[in-house]
Design a protein around this ligand. Structure first.
Ligand code: PLP
Length: 441
């Protein structure tokens, strides 16, 4: 079996097979260039079949925390695979879920002590929305609308799409979405009175709002749009006064990306429900978590089964995933990891200052940093947007230069694994400046 696999990888015309049989995500296959074949990865480096290497500047879609194939995580996974790989999680429990949640709960924003597992960021959000809706249903006061931040992204399943920004990505499905009430995100330098007034208007006009879902501190897919924590606090305070459930989607921001372990810790007001995914397992396996306060959980208790949260997935709380998530937390809590995150932030800040002081700074409408995330917004006649053609031009330039960056339209960002070296990060920063110099001679 092993030999057959090696033979296939060595001799197959992979590009032909990929083109003929594989359907890639977010991809227009007509006219698409062959996808590079990644054969292995180590640290921040991806190795391609044609001999090239790439520095993974986006943590492979924001999931990788400590570098690829980290030996500590690989070892934990291998040992777990010999012990218990998967078991039904309804009516049964296992040591890996217990151990991981014992480590996780004390780190979460205060009060989020009840943990529900699923498989990815979208399902973590789906679970949060269903929890919020059924919470009100169980209380006998049905409420089904959600307040959302404009430009938000929460995933690709139906509920998650409904609370995300309307865009060409979801246009075909829009008539099927439930009603949401949008307000402006509390971006840095924005006048927060406007968003507050919009929220007040929604609260006055609708008495059936179940919750407020938000990406705290950084709206990722929107273009790494960064917020003023005070502005978000104003909105959360108002939502809390109105008695609606606050749902923090920390699928991207969780596990140290924004500096602190969770972005929510930058705010005074803490969520009632939090969604976690991506970095939860350091990018090793798909696993996600939706954690709620005890009062939310209490609303599901009762004599009848109908009152329970009747939701689950085949791989809920997969034991390999839980074991790997615990290993990742151990690495995350080490002082060396905190220092690594601080070094990344310091390097981003230095790059920002140098870029803005250089002639290339002229071509940038904004350069922003939050923790380990850097975003450079490039001025173009088309303005800012995901479909700005500059994105693809840049992506090609960076890959040709040896760094995997996947710009969001005219916004190029770096969101690296925490193991990235100063030299590797310097190369990514340097390529951005090089692109600007070449593109705007
Ligand atoms: C904030 C946020 N929520 C949810 C999701 C969906 O996660 P997944 O792609 O794992 O379904 C994403 C994905 O980018 C995200 O950024």
């Amino acid at each position: 079996m092993q030999r057959y696999y090696e033979k296939v990888c060595a001799y197959m015309d992979y590009a032909h097979w990929d083109k003929s049989h594989i359907w890639h995500p977010f991809t227009q296959h007509q006219g698409a260039r062959p996808a590079p074949l990644v054969t292995r990865a180590q640290g921040a480096t991806l190795f391609l079949a044609d001999g090239r290497t790439l520095i993974d500047g986006i943590s492979s879609w924001w999931v990788n925390l400590h570098g690829h194939c980290h030996p500590y995580i690989v070892e934990a996974l291998a040992a777990q695979a010999h012990k218990l790989e998967q078991v039904i999680f309804a009516d049964f429990t296992h040591e890996e879920a217990l151990g991981f949640t014992q480590a996780l709960v004390p780190l979460l924003p205060p009060g989020l002590s009840r943990v529900f597992f699923s498989d990815n960021g979208s399902t973590a959000v789906e679970v949060a929305l269903k929890m919020a809706i059924q919470y009100w249903y169980n209380l006998g006061t049905p409420k089904r609308k959600f307040v959302v931040l404009r430009g938000g992204y929460h995933g690709d399943t139906f509920g998650a799409m409904a609370v995300s920004a309307r865009s060409p990505f979801s246009a075909a499905f829009a008539p099927l979405f439930f009603e949401v009430l949008a307000i402006d995100p509390p971006l840095r330098n924005a006048d927060h009175r406007l968003a507050l007034a919009q929220l007040d208007e929604h609260l006055n006009q609708h008495d059936d709002i179940a919750g407020f879902i938000y990406e705290p501190l950084v709206q990722g897919t929107a273009g790494m749009m960064m917020q003023d924590p005070h502005g978000l606090d104003l909105l959360l305070t108002r939502a809390r006064q109105a008695g609606i459930l606050c749902i923090a989607d920390e699928v991207m921001t969780g596990f140290g990306r924004t500096g602190a372990l969770f972005a929510s810790s930058a705010m005074e007001e803490q969520p009632d429900i939090i969604c976690l995914g991506k970095g939860l397992t350091a990018g090793m396996l798909p696993l996600s978590v939706t954690a709620a306060r005890e009062f939310v959980f209490a609303a599901f208790l009762g004599a009848s089964k109908e009152r329970a949260f009747l939701h689950g997935h085949s791989f809920t709380a997969n034991s390999l995933g839980c074991r790997v998530a615990l290993a990742s937390l151990e690495l995350l809590l080490a002082e060396s990891c905190r220092l690594a995150r601080r070094s990344i932030e310091a390097a981003h800040q230095q790059f920002r200052a140098e870029l803005l002081a250089s002639p290339e700074g002229e071509f940038c409408s904004d350069v922003r940093v939050q923790g380990t995330i850097l975003a450079v917004e490039i001025r173009t006649p088309e303005g800012t947007g995901y479909f700005n053609g500059l994105g693809e031009t840049m992506a090609e330039f960076f890959v040709d230069g040896g760094v995997l960056l996947r710009p969001l339209g005219n916004i190029v960002y770096i969101l690296p694994p925490y193991c990235i070296t100063a030299a590797e990060l310097g190369k990514a920063h340097g390529l951005i400046r090089q692109f600007l110099r070449g593109y705007f001679p």
